[in-house]
Design a binder for this molecule. Structure first.
Ligand code: KE4
Length: 423
């Protein structure tokens, strides 16, 4: 007798490629089927079969306040009652833009879009339009969404599914993307020495989150800032994961390095489809209609998503980041120790309310070292934890996220489950 979730997955595979609308959700790399969810609240989700899950995926980052946060829901519902989308400017998009600038002063001007991919794609187009240059430098394993040029040596679902190369991306476009290993300033210098005059920008996850969590090495971000200054390239921080997560003001606040452009997503919409790019006024004014670089979107800045974003950021501005970081660190260290006690090599990378358990003895500082982790063992860990009611990321190349809704009892429950795992 199949479960309702299994039946939904069978049905879904007839209409949705792989039965999902985003590949990492398919759980392919961890050897099981996805669970279909019909309700979430706080730190919990419930499947269509009524199974309760303690969630550490949190929609891949957006739900820092927890699922179905009352203030965010109230704001969105109130906005919805006045209409979902006007296709005309509304006060909320100005208010959210000003709130973002207050939190991240380096974003002197912003443009709202509807996903992280739209934000990064637009920011790179702007960098190319502003500099008149074509090449972009990204880092092996970093993921900036699914725009053509970003799929070269990308992390997240591309790494998870071991997709070789970039099917569907013409060589002429893929060849405009230059690569360097994460944390390797010498490799970046070499790329600039060879191509500096043609490089429009560096786009970087200031804390890598798509090959699992990899913190920037000391001086790495400062080095990128200096190289971009020296060559007249723009520095883009892709803070889709780290924005409002590693600090309220993101990685640029935590590490004190200000990029020329920042891209945001996930948390900014409180679960609604919102992305944003922004930065120096002199650069942003090149965006249409104030400048010639075109970018547009039917639902950009829609009142419901803006209301959810405003409610989210206002609540985060009153939240105890230090307390959540301390609790997450203690929890992640205990989890790592439980796995070590089972005879597993574990490298734990943790920052703020995000962490990754790498089942390896090699310190993980870039994509190559992340790939030394034992994916099969992680899959076994994932499956057993899910059977015990704890929902971890269904990929060793993703991060686990806590939230302000995770209680100490939740964290203890997850540790108790891990104690029962047989690896
Ligand atoms: P979206 O287009 O998925 O909203 O954002 C793309 C993106 C851009 N930049 C960074 C640093 C990101 O992490 C992402 C998306 N992250 C993945 C998971 N790590 C989204 C999950 C999915 O693809 O379903």
């Amino acid at each position: 007798m199949s479960t309702k979730s299994e039946a939904y997955f069978q049905r879904a595979q007839n209409i949705l490629p792989g039965g999902v609308n985003s590949p990492v959700r398919a759980c392919k790399s961890v050897g099981c089927e996805p669970l279909f969810i019909n309700r979430a609240n706080g730190s919990r989700m419930w499947t269509v079969d009524g199974t309760e899950l303690l969630d550490f995926v949190m929609s891949w980052g957006p739900m820092l306040l927890g699922h179905a946060n009352a203030d965010v829901e109230k704001a969105a519902i109130q906005a919805l009652q006045n209409g979902a989308s006007f296709g005309a400017p509304c006060p909320a998009e100005v208010e959210l833009g000003e709130l973002i600038r207050e939190i991240m002063p380096g974003m002197e001007m912003v443009r709202m879009v509807s996903s992280g991919t739209e934000a990064t794609m637009s920011a790179v187009r702007l960098a190319r339009g502003f500099t008149g240059r074509a090449k972009v430098l990204k880092f092996d394993g970093c993921y900036h969404g699914h725009s053509d040029g970003f799929l070269v040596s990308a992390g997240s679902g591309v790494a998870t599914l071991c997709i070789p190369g970039t099917p569907g991306v013409p060589d002429a476009i893929a060849n405009l993307t230059l690569l360097a290993p994460y944390n390797d300033l010498a490799a970046v210098e070499a790329q600039f020495a060879a191509h500096g005059a043609d490089i429009a920008c560096i786009i970087v996850e200031p804390v890598a989150g798509n090959v699992g969590l990899i913190p920037p090495a000391k001086g790495f971000l400062e080095g990128l800032r200096e190289i971009c200054n020296r060559y007249g390239a723009l520095l883009i921080f892709d803070e889709v994961i780290t924005g409002f997560r590693v600090a309220l003001g993101g990685a640029q606040q935590r590490f004190g390095v200000t990029p020329d452009l920042t891209t945001l997503g996930k948390i900014i919409g409180g679960g609604f489809p919102v992305g944003c790019y922004g930065g120096k006024r002199a650069v942003m004014e090149h965006i249409a209609p104030s400048g010639p670089v075109y970018q547009a979107g039917t639902l950009s800045g829609n009142p419901v998503a803006m209301a959810a974003g405003i409610a989210t950021l206002k609540q985060l501005a009153r939240s105890d980041y230090a307390g959540l970081e301390k609790r997450t660190k203690t929890f992640a260290e205990k989890l790592a120790d439980i796995l070590r006690a089972k005879g597993r090599d574990v490298v734990l990378n943790q920052m703020a309310s995000m962490f990754t358990i790498f089942l390896t003895s090699t310190p993980v500082t870039d994509y190559a070292t992340a790939k030394t982790a034992d994916g099969a063992a992680y899959g076994e860990f994932y499956r057993q934890m899910r059977a015990l009611g704890v929902n971890l990321a269904p990929s060793g190349f993703e991060c686990a996220f806590t939230s302000f809704a995770h209680t100490d009892a939740d964290l203890e429950k997850a540790l108790a489950a891990a104690q029962q795992v047989k690896l």
